[in-house]
Design a protein around this ligand. Structure first.
Ligand code: FES
Length: 163
């Protein structure tokens, strides 16, 4: 079992059904509410926990497969816990030419996770993305909404210390 699945298992053991039930109350009986419901669940829990999808399916009296279908269709939904801080390293051409691979390797080493994974303490999620529109600053990464440019393998450790 990978770390993000282990973390999910821990979170789901103590799932708070009361929080979910009160959230669902605002949607029950409304048609076409599936996407808004999933958005609300994700906003409340940070991702779509499996127990939340199973419980929601029961409350809406629909098969859970329908909820999974919607959740996996839209890129905005996450089925595993995400970190408080989302680290996005740019793997676009300009960043590639300027050596982002070494920066990406260093960042994964420092965080101890791979692409798409979240640290065990749920602090960081590491992702790689295409051009983020700051090519002049290549190599570039973002942590949540903040952009860091002209990265080197030495710089990234110092940047992480600020979080
Ligand atoms: S290629 Fe990295 S910001 Fe454009």
């Amino acid at each position: 079992m990978c770390e993000c699945h282990e973390t999910a298992a821990k979170v789901e053991e103590s799932f708070e059904y009361d929080r979910l039930e009160s959230l669902l109350q605002g949607f029950l009986g409304k048609k076409g509410a599936m996407v808004p419901i999933l958005q609300a669940i994700q906003s409340e829990f940070g991702y779509l926990p499996r127990p939340a999808m199973e419980y929601t399916a029961k409350r809406l009296r629909i098969p859970v497969s329908r909820i999974f279908g919607v959740a996996t269709f839209y890129a905005q939904f996450h089925l595993h816990p995400r970190g408080k801080y989302i680290v996005r390293v740019c793997r676009g051409t300009a960043c590639h030419v300027r050596g982002v691979s070494k920066v990406a390797d260093r960042m994964q080493e420092l965080l101890g996770v791979g692409v798409g994974q979240t640290t065990e303490d749920l602090k960081f999620t590491y992702e790689e993305v295409a051009c983020i529109g700051a090519c002049g600053l290549a190599p570039v990464m973002m942590i949540n909404d903040k952009t860091y440019g002209k990265l080197t393998t030495d710089k990234v450790k110092g940047i992480l210390k600020d979080y």
